[in-house]
Design a protein. Structure first.
Length: 309
C-alpha cells in the first residue's frame, strides 16, 4: 500500500523412494485433510479453497478501506493537490496489491504444506517480501504514469529510486506480514474443518506417500512408525512396511490425536495395538505389539505413563 508521493511527501539415506514427490507429505493423517488425495488447487479441499478466497476478500476489503482513508486524508491536508491525484496514487497501489496477493498466500500455503525449518522459512519469506515490494512499486508507478498522462496531461515522477524504494519497502513489509498471517490462519482453518467432519463420518485413515504411490491405510492398522533417515517407515498389521519422506515429528503431529505416542527418539507407537510392556532394566522397556517389539526409552516417561493408563 503506497503512501503519499511527490508533493504529498512534504506533508507531516535408507531407501531412495519418494523422490518423485520431493518433500510432499500428509499433514493431518485423517481422511479429507491435507493428504493431497483430492483434486483442485495444489491438492486443497473445497473447504480450504473457500477459506483462501475469504482471506483474499478480507485483504481486498482492508486495502480498499485504507485507500479511501488515505485519499480523504490527503485531500484534507493538501487541498491544492485536488482529488484526482490522491485517487490515482492510492487506487493504483490498491489495484496492484490485489494482483500480487498470491505471493503471501503461496508462502502461507508453503509454510503449512512443507513445514520448513526457520533456516529455510526466514530467507524464503525475505525473498518473497522483496519480490512483493518490487512488483508493487513497479506496478503502481506504471499505472500512475499512464493515469497522469491520460487524465491530467502531465508526467508522474516517482523520485530517486535510492530513497523512494526503501520508503515503499518499509510499508510493503507490513502489508506482506499482515497478508501472510491472514492467509495462514485461513488455510489452517480450512485444513482443520474437513478433518473434523471426516473423523465424525468415517474411521480415521492415514495417507502414506510411498514413492509415487499413495497408500491409504486405516489408522488402526498402523502398529508403529520408525524413523529411517529422511524417511519414516510404517509397520502395518499385515506385514507391509511402506516408507514416506517425512520427519518423525511431522508424522506425530498427524497421528497424536489418533492415540500415537513417542516412545523413543526413533519410534512412535499406536497405543491401541499395545499387547504388553516388558522391563529391560535401567528404566527402559520393550513395547509389545503382537509379534513386534518396539523400544520405550526412560527418556520418555510420559509415554510410559500413557501406556500404563
Amino acid at each position: 500500500m503506497s503512501g503519499v508521493k511527490d508533493d504529498a511527501r512534504d506533508l507531516p539415506k535408507d531407501r531412495a523412494r519418494g523422490q518423485a514427490l520431493g518433500d510432499q507429505r500428509s499433514l493431518a493423517g485423517t481422511s479429507g485433510t491435507w493428504a493431497g488425495t483430492s483434486g483442485g488447487l495444489f491438492g486443497m479441499t473445497g473447504e480450504a479453497r473457500l477459506w483462501l478466497k475469504r482471506a483474499w476478500l478480507l485483504g481486498v476489503t482492508l486495502v480498499s478501506a485504507i485507500a479511501v482513508v488515505n485519499i480523504l486524508t490527503i485531500q484534507h491536508d493538501a487541498p491544492r493537490l485536488g482529488l484526482i491525484r490522491p485517487a490515482i496514487w492510492e487506487i493504483s497501489s490498491a489495484l496492484v496489491t490485489f494482483c500480487i496477493f498470491s505471493i503471501p498466500g503461496a508462502m502461507a500455503l508453503w509454510m503449512i504444506r512443507a513445514r520448513p525449518t526457520w533456516r529455510l522459512a526466514v530467507p524464503g519469506h525475505a525473498a518473497a517480501m522483496l519480490l512483493y515490494s518490487i512488483l508493487h512499486v513497479a506496478g503502481f508507478v506504471a499505472l500512475r504514469r499512464l493515469a497522469h498522462g491520460v487524465l491530467l496531461r502531465e508526467a508522474y515522477h516517482f523520485g530517486p529510486l535510492a530513497t523512494e524504494f526503501p520508503y515503499e519497502f518499509r510499508k510493503d513489509m507490513l502489508s506482506y506480514g499482515i497478508a501472510s498471517i491472514i492467509f495462514w490462519l485461513a488455510l489452517r482453518r480450512g485444513a482443520q474443518r474437513p478433518a473434523e467432519v471426516a473423523a465424525a463420518a468415517s474411521p480415521a485413515t492415514f495417507d502414506i506417500l510411498d514413492g509415487a504411490r499413495l497408500v491409504r491405510v486405516p489408522v488402526a492398522d498402523i502398529l508403529a512408525v520408525r524413523s529411517a533417515g529422511n524417511y519414516v517407515e510404517f509397520l502395518l498389521a499385515d506385514g507391509r512396511r511402506p516408507l514416506m519422506r517425512s520427519s518423525l515429528s511431522a508424522t506425530l503431529e498427524g497421528l497424536s490425536r489418533e492415540g500415537f505416542v513417542r516412545t523413543h527418539k526413533s519410534w512412535l507407537v499406536n497405543m491401541a495395538r499395545v499387547t504388553g510392556l516388558k522391563p529391560e532394566g535401567s528404566g527402559d522397556y520393550s513395547v509389545e505389539l503382537g509379534a513386534v517389539e518396539v523400544p520405550l526409552s526412560r527418556r520418555f516417561p510420559e509415554a510410559l505413563a500413557a501406556l500404563r493408563a
